[in-house]
Ligand binder design. Sequence first.
Ligand SMILES: NC(=O)C1=CN([C@@H]2O[C@H](COP(=O)(O)OP(=O)(O)OC[C@H]3O[C@@H](n4cnc5c(N)ncnc54)[C@H](OP(=O)(O)O)[C@@H]3O)[C@@H](O)[C@H]2O)C=CC1
Ligand SMILES: CCCCCCCCCCCCCCCC(=O)[C@@H](N)CO
Length: 320
Amino acid sequence: MKYTLEDQVVLITGGSQGLGKEFAKKYYNETENTKIIVVSRSEAKLLDTCNEIRLAAHLRKETSDEGQVQHKLATPLDPVQRLFYFPCDLSCYESVENLFNVLRDFELLPTQTLCCAGGSVPKLFRGLSGQELNQGMDINYKTTLNVAHQLALAEQTREHHLIIFSSVTALYPFVGYSQYAPAKAAIKSLVAILRQELTNFRVSCVYPGNFESEGFTLEQVTKPKITKLIEGPSDAIPCKEACDIVATSLARGQDDVFTDFVGWMIMGMDLGLTSKRSRFVALQWIFGILLNIVVVPFYLVGCSWYIRKWFRESDSKKAT
Ligand SMILES: NC(=O)C1=CN([C@@H]2O[C@H](COP(=O)(O)OP(=O)(O)OC[C@H]3O[C@@H](n4cnc5c(N)ncnc54)[C@H](OP(=O)(O)O)[C@@H]3O)[C@@H](O)[C@H]2O)C=CC1
Ligand SMILES: CCCCCCCCCCCCCCCC(=O)[C@@H](N)CO
């Protein structure tokens, strides 16, 4: 199943900002017929995003804008429009069922789905609240799980391309990401099973490194220094660059997608029983085996020593 932008109906969860918004822009600006539905919890953000994308496109074409258009998925639906939004908390299964009933009613069941909804609250485990911990699973795992399940029920035979967004932290979980990395690892596990069961689906999984987005800016506020030090090699790239890298990789037929060299390298070290459909996969596998033998043992000892030292110094600062 080839990944193309044109002549699609694409559902983008988490489309009100960040990477999801970049993909909505890309589909809107680079196609003539593709219809885009962006979904997130905040109707205000969704409306702003739709208006911003449409107005920018009209300004570039120097055509006079026809003024406010109906973007919300509601009756009457303007069939000329290509960009729609529908507010929905995707962590609630019943809300996702309702979303798919609306999509069915408007004959807008998607041919491609991008599960961009997610986000992290990087803190030390003891510093997290019960609500933050539970939100981690809700926002990062249940939003994808609920959409994937409704898609699997809706698309029993028609081809569908499901593109799920995990994180490098699913492959290499580390201090400060306890509210987030386990949920992203659960996504990795779900993808492996969906690939076996949903035979009419192409299931792609993206493991981004850091990229600049509203969510990334917000997480920097609570991120412990030790976390920033460990993830230092993954410099945050512009959101649009991450979007273009992912789209290019998918168009090349890759299904285990990374956004930087660190992600490619760490994916190569993640051996085990899940096949990798990545770029230069043979080289990645050999490089990963060598790193596992020659570098990883020393890295892990060094990293563990450094983390213990950081905690000792933090505790002594607290004691003074
Ligand atoms: N930025 C980064 O460095 C990295 C990001 N990623 C992953 O990539 C994806 C996109 O990241 P990014 O662009 O930074 O995301 P942002 O944090 O900028 O945006 C997250 C989006 O998800 C939506 N969302 C959150 N919770 C729900 C919910 N319960 N139901 C519906 N929508 C929801 C938000 O909208 P609203 O608030 O309106 O609900 C928002 O549109 C995420 O899955 C993230 O985990 C992975 C690695 C690195
Ligand atoms: C041989 C051993 C070498 C090991 C190198 C270690 C480098 C670790 C880089 C980790 C990058 C994590 C980026 C994902 C962050 C993310 O998902 C958050 N921004 C949430 O949004």
